[in-house]
Design a protein around this ligand. Structure first.
Ligand code: TXA
Ligand code: MG
Length: 529
């Protein structure tokens, strides 16, 4: 069949579209949520064709779309006060109500059910088409069953070209995820699918509203879902999707530590540049409406880009976010990952960074020792040592093949350019070593990871640290500790202290300041960790 494409949406076109529907044809129409694949709801045969075109399981009922309130009365046997109140508050709009079904509704609309789902969309084109057709329209989302719902006419065309009579192009859908579905056929109204009308908006009108367990968790095998659509893997691109909880820093760590060919990421606006795989974004972190608007379009783009795995920054599940989170959970087949929280630990020499590291280790953190990493990467025969010899001359290596540190320091700290050359060789290696160390040593019992490194603010690894812990102590205190610890003259110790950045530098970059000197109590200082 040749699928007609309407993009003017003028009276002549919409009248033609309405004719197709009256004659039992299938037309994809824009709504404010997602595109719907519409058929005359009173024509059982037309409705059957919708299942076929979508490849939809035939036990998954459809929503009937109306344009005026009076159109609901023939569809239901009861229109309770609660439904009336909801209609008054939120219709037309992204809300679907489930009510007792009348005999006029063909069985194909809601196979084997005593109820029918009804919604009055707010999209002017959808409303006009229903009006012109003169009948309510049964319409599921206009995608191939299982793939992300379509939010543009192009998405529909990609999925259903040649399988349906026509597509009406009304531009991008505003909301971007499907309507909220609530059943009023239970004693306490129950939210079955979160969407553009939020749980608290429903509670404002209804008082108590139960949330179906299937909204946020996987159905147990053999349990019949309240809404048949909930049992199917949904909204899914071809790639494996993973939801990643936690900070952007932990997200970067996860991507870098798990990286495989075909990995891509979905993150919030502005986070793309520091992600080491191809990355799409879906709105600002706080802009839940933008996330809803963009989610499905971006999931579809990952298919076009050939993604094999997609890691997604977890959105908030508040308000409309509950709908976004619910769709993502299904796209991910409930795979949610929580990578470790990673904090940097640093401070001026003698401040007591190692003491703090030990205490945090006792508190359950895995400690990555930056000094150990720096030594490990330049071991005799290591690739980094070879690279350094190439860059700075083979006289940085002694006759046993060991690095002569003072020699390297002399050359590398000669000027800024040399210093950067050193960093560009050692930093990626330290990062890689640390990733491997964390992967080998982290277990369930750890609270998080601490990266203990003097130069953490200049390091590459700071991109994984969501917080910086800075240990401080006054200069005379630090001097005394250095003298006690290392066999140095006072002058040498002072030189070492003065060679470092001042305390202000560290404090400005700190998220948590730990005061390691009297009268402060170190365990109290670390209480919040
Ligand atoms: O925003 C929307 O609701 C879009 C646009 C096109 O209106 N439509 C949509 O339809 O998302 P669909 O078929 O993709 O999702 C309808 C959901 C399914 O999960 C289905 O199982 C559930 O509503 N549903 C429909 N009738 C039901 C009923 N009588 N009882 C329980 N759940 C029902
Ligand atoms: Mg659907």
């Amino acid at each position: 069949m040749k699928t007609k494409f309407y993009k003017n949406c003028d009276a002549a076109e919409l009248t033609e579209v309405a004719e197709i529907l009256k004659n039992g044809g299938l037309v994809a129409i824009p709504t404010e949520t997602v595109y719907g694949l519409a058929a005359n709801a009173y024509n059982g045969e037309a409705v059957s064709k919708v299942y076929e075109a979508k490849g939809r399981p035939t036990d998954n009922p459809m929503i009937v779309h109306i344009s005026k309130l009076e159109e609901i009365y023939p569809l239901v046997t009861d229109f309770p006060e609660k439904a009336r109140a909801l209609a008054e508050a939120y219709w037309p709009g992204p809300l679907t109500m489930i009510l007792p079904k009348s005999d006029l509704v063909p069985r194909q609309v809601a196979p084997r059910l005593e109820t029918v789902a009804v919604r009055m969309p707010s999209h002017p084109i959808a409303r006009k088409i229903i009006e012109l057709a003169g009948v309510p329209l049964a319409a599921p989302s206009a995608n191939s069953s299982g793939s992300p719902s379509p939010t543009t006419a192009q998405h529909v065309l990609n999925d259903l070209d040649g399988k349906i009579d026509a597509i009406v192009d009304g531009g991008e859908c505003d909301v971007g995820i499907e309507s909220t579905v609530i059943t009023l056929a239970t004693e306490v109204p129950r939210l079955l699918r979160p969407g553009g009308i939020t749980l608290s908006q429903l509670e404002d009108v209804l008082g108590q509203v139960d949330v179906d367990p299937a909204v946020l968790s996987e159905l147990k095998e053999g349990v019949a879902p309240a809404s048949p659509g909930m049992k199917y893997k949904h909204y899914s691109p071809k790639a494996e999707v993973y939801i990643v909880e936690g900070s952007i820093e932990s997200f970067r760590f996860l991507i870098d530590s798990e990286k495989q060919e075909g990995d891509m990421a979905l993150c919030f606006n502005g986070e793309e540049k520091d992600i080491s795989v191809e990355c799409l974004s879906f709105g600002d972190e706080k802009d839940i409406n933008a996330q809803a608007h963009l989610l499905f379009a971006q999931l579809r783009r990952f298919d076009e880009l050939g993604a094999k795995r997609v890691f997604v920054r977890a959105p908030s599940n508040e308000g409309v976010g509950l709908g976004v989170y619910n769709r993502l959970l299904r796209a991910a087949a409930f795979k949610v990952i929580s990578p470790p929280a990673i904090y940097g630990l640093t401070g001026q020499t003698g401040a007591g960074k190692s003491t703090v590291g030990k205490m945090l280790s006792e508190k359950g953190y895995l400690i990555v020792d930056g000094d150990v990493a720096a030594r490990a990467i330049v071991e005799k025969g290591s690739p980094v040592l070879c690279e350094l010899a190439e860059a700075f001359g083979s006289d940085i290596i002694d006759e046993n093949g060991e690095l002569i540190r003072p020699m390297l320091a002399k050359k590398a700290f000669a000027n800024e350019e040399e210093r950067q050359k050193l960093n560009s060789i050692t930093h990626p290696a330290v990062t890689e070593w640390s990733i491997d160390y964390i992967k080998e040593n982290l277990n369930e019992s750890h609270k998080g990871v601490i990266i203990d490194a003097a130069a953490i603010f200049d390091s590459e690894i700071r991109k994984y640290c969501s917080k910086m812990i800075v240990v401080t102590a006054p200069e005379e205190e630090r001097l005394a500790r250095i003298l006690q610890r290392d066999s140095l003259t006072k002058e040498a110790a002072m030189l070492r202290i003065k060679a470092q950045k001042d305390e202000q530098y560290y404090k400005e970059r700190a998220d948590i300041i730990v005061r390691n000197y009297p009268p402060y109590d170190l365990s109290q200082e670390l209480e919040l960790l």
